[in-house]
Write a protein that binds this ligand. Structure first.
Ligand SMILES: C[S@@+](CC[C@H](N)C(=O)[O-])C[C@H]1O[C@@H](n2cnc3c(N)ncnc32)[C@H](O)[C@@H]1O
Length: 284
């Protein structure tokens, strides 16, 4: 396992993924009944933007760095988009209470900050060193349990949640050639066990057509879904991460409209040349 998220934390793809995640959590909290959050690929949860890894790539500067200044002040989006961004912004601000923009919250931290005392977190990470870091950061949280399993094994062993309400994040690195197939399998196996669950699947846009392959396969699934993709520049073969997207299975009502507003505004803000976004709402 070579991939370490610390090199990429807070980049444009993290911003899109975490903004969508925060919106979905916000919707789930509108009902009083508790729910469970499953992070199948947790990473380490909290990222140091001044750390050795972040300073090798400085990817965060073209991501979270376009939404906060280095002294920690928000760089607001226009109109309605800023209100929709608020749950994510609050998480970033909570990690930087001592001033500046020094830390970035990964998905476990966003969930920890946003979930209520009645909700539960299940965090999984396979990398041995990153798992230890995650364990140290979250073992004390009474709502949280952690595991070090392959993500597919993790989901098969955990679903369905006892609460019958839940959100599953599938966020693999896509470094190995079979990872897209495995992620799609996680979706289909997950849905077999928990048909009413909300599932988020993150995917990269790199110019190799993998995004279209994933979306075609999701389109054929007999389940209500939407997806959003945001390219900050034109994808080219071997041109790196030009964009990314998130599929939302069983999306909360109104999420599609919110993502339309957000993606439009974020595409302008995160642009590295030729920005483009797409939203598709699809019924089964
Ligand atoms: C993109 S990062 C996750 C980032 C995190 N979800 C966030 O948004 O903050 C992907 C993580 O998956 C882990 N990983 C890779 N293969 C895995 C597998 N088969 N099962 C579980 N975790 C895996 C990697 O070690 C890495 O930490």
């Amino acid at each position: 396992m070579n991939y370490r998220h610390a090199y990429h934390a807070g980049n444009h793809a993290d911003v899109l993924k975490h903004v969508v995640l925060a919106r979905v959590i916000e919707h789930l909290k509108q009902k009083e009944a508790p729910f469970r959050f499953y992070d199948a690929h947790g990473g380490i949860g909290r990222y140091d933007l001044g750390g050795v890894e972040a300073e090798k790539t400085f990817e965060w500067r073209e991501g979270v760095g376009r939404l906060f200044s280095t002294d920690g002040a928000p760089l607001p989006l226009s109109g309605e988009a800023e209100a929709l961004l608020a749950p994510w912004r609050t998480c970033v601000a909570a990690m930087n209470e001592e001033g500046g923009l020094k830390q970035y919250p990964g998905s476990p931290e966003i969930a920890r900050l946003m979930l209520r005392p009645v909700d539960r977190l299940r965090l999984n990470e396979l990398h041995p060193v990153d798992y230890e870091t995650l364990l140290k950061a979250y073992a004390h949280d009474g709502r949280t349990a952690l595991s070090r399993l392959d993500a597919l094994v993790f989901l098969k062993s955990q679903l369905p949640p006892p609460e019958r309400r839940g959100l599953v994040l599938i966020d693999p690195p896509y470094e190995k050639t079979d990872e897209a197939e495995r992620a799609l399998r996680m979706l289909s196996e997950g849905l077999k066990r928990f048909a009413t669950g909300v599932f988020l699947l993150w995917f990269p846009v790199t110019g190799d057509g993998l995004d279209r392959h994933i979306l075609n396969r999701v389109r054929d699934m007999p389940v209500k879904h939407l997806w959003v993709s945001l390219n900050v520049r034109k994808p080219m073969p071997d041109g790196g991460l030009a964009g990314s997207g998130v599929v939302v299975i069983n999306p909360p009502w109104k999420l599609g409209g919110e993502l339309e507003v957000l993606a439009h505004t974020l595409a302008e803000r995160l642009s590295q040349g030729e920005p483009r976004y797409e939203i598709k709402n699809a019924a089964p």
